[in-house]
Design a protein around this ligand. Structure first.
Ligand SMILES: Nc1nc2c(ncn2[C@@H]2O[C@H](COP(=O)(O)OP(=O)(O)OP(=O)(O)O)[C@@H](O)[C@H]2O)c(=O)[nH]1
Length: 368
């Protein structure tokens, strides 16, 4: 049997430079013939048209939906059709700007419940193109726009953070639009979220094709485990309850730009309403908050908490079961005042005398 054909998945927020990258790969794919599947949310796939202007062959258009949700089966169908019909040696899939990379990677690894991926393919590399200018603005409270995603998708900053956290290669693009010192700070923040990926600063997504094609760097479990917040949590767990909350491994560049991660850990539950109110108070320093919380109103339930800039989601993940309930929150940000945050979170802890299940209206699950 011949080796499975490798796939590179290109993700990244709207307008970050994904099509620019895919166009340059079509023009110079290195020593291989490539085909491209392009996903766009609109009825007309503008990206596919832009690409077809450059190349009239090997561009497959998947539009009017998102391949991370509604078009998962269509993606598998197209890849299967390509396997049968096309003559090429490498496949590039450009996801829409609102696609979450994890479900697309899962589809490209294992297919879906209704459709299996042909054996001929294997996911080789996941690339995220991140617009340095957009990233900078997304976490600036003075600049960031109300974070409304079209339809019931997740908030865009949450998707942006997923795209940063889950990739093998990260192109920090549009570097021409951000001053150098700010670029250093953006890169430091991204490094804190994404310690593993190869990172390249680019303008007009210009890279050697070999940095994004055929790297062989994709591994689903490694990609999931090595997300910055999971690493910070693992370090804190290793160091035990006496850990002072700071990730000493992440000094250097990050520290020089005031970027740090910090773990808040308590074996005492939150008052649900006070914790919910605290989650509303985003002032711009916290880029990412993620972890597990214990709330007094539902003592048996693990509350999953995920904040990306101004967007907050919190909802039940399951039961503590045999584990002792313990709140563990990783907070990643710039110029964080750890003592003030710790004091504010401590102020949300339920009084020892509070009875379980006393919140009048349980604020969770919540989304904003
Ligand atoms: N200044 C500047 N503009 C860029 C750069 N890279 C891409 N652009 C421009 O940014 C715009 C969006 O680029 P695309 O490549 O279409 O972005 P995309 O990620 O495919 O966008 P969507 O498909 O809408 O999500 C285009 O006008 C590009 O020419 C860059 O490095 N610097």
């Amino acid at each position: 049997m011949t080796d499975p054909l490798p796939i590179t998945l290109v993700s990244g927020p709207l307008g970050a430079g994904k099509t620019t990258l895919v166009n340059s790969l079509l023009n110079d794919p290195g020593d291989r013939r490539i085909a491209v599947v392009v996903n766009d949310m609109g009825e007309v796939n503008v990206d596919a048209e832009l690409l077809e202007a450059e190349s009239d062959d090997g561009v497959i258009d998947l539009s009017n939906g998102c391949i991370c949700c509604r078009l998962q089966d269509d993606l598998v169908t197209e890849v299967t059709r390509l396997a049968d019909e096309r003559s090429f040696e490498y496949l590039v899939v450009e996801a829409s700007g609102i696609s979450e990379p994890i479900p697309v990677a899962r589809t490209l690894t294992a297919g879906t419940d209704d459709a299996s991926l042909p054996d001929r393919f294997r996911l080789d590399t996941t690339v995220s193109v991140i617009d340095a200018y957009g990233f900078w603005k997304a976490f600036d409270p003075a600049e960031s726009l109300p974070d409304a995603a079209p339809s019931p998708e997740r908030p865009l900053t949450e998707v942006l953070v997923d795209q940063v956290e889950f990739c093998d290669v990260l192109l920090l693009n549009k570097c021409d639009m951000v001053p150098d010192d700010e670029l250093d700070a953006v890169e430091a923040s991204i490094r804190e979220l994404q310690p593993r990926a190869e990172l390249y600063r680019t303008t007009y997504s210009e890279v050697d094709p070999e940095t994004v094609l055929g790297t062989g760097s994709f591994d689903f479990e490694v990609a999931r485990r090595q997300q910055g917040w999971k690493r910070a949590l693992a370090v804190a767990e290793e160091e035990g309850p006496d850990h002072d909350g700071h990730d000493h491994g992440a000094q250097s560049a990050a520290a020089a730009h005031g970027v740090e991660s910090f773990v808040y850990r308590r074996e005492q539950p939150f008052d649900a309403d006070r914790f919910d109110a605290w989650l509303d108070e985003w002032e711009g320093n916290v880029i990412r908050l993620k972890g597990f919380a214990w709330v007094a109103s539902r003592p048996e339930t693990v509350l999953g908490v995920s904040q990306a800039g101004p967007a907050v989601q919190a909802g039940p993940l399951g039961e503590w079961g045999a584990d002792d309930p313990t709140t563990r929150l990783v907070i990643i940000g710039r110029d964080l005042d750890g003592d003030t945050i710790t004091a504010a979170l401590d102020g949300c802890l339920a009084d020892e005398s509070a009875e379980a299940g006393t919140a009048e209206t349980d604020p969770f699950p919540r989304e904003s």
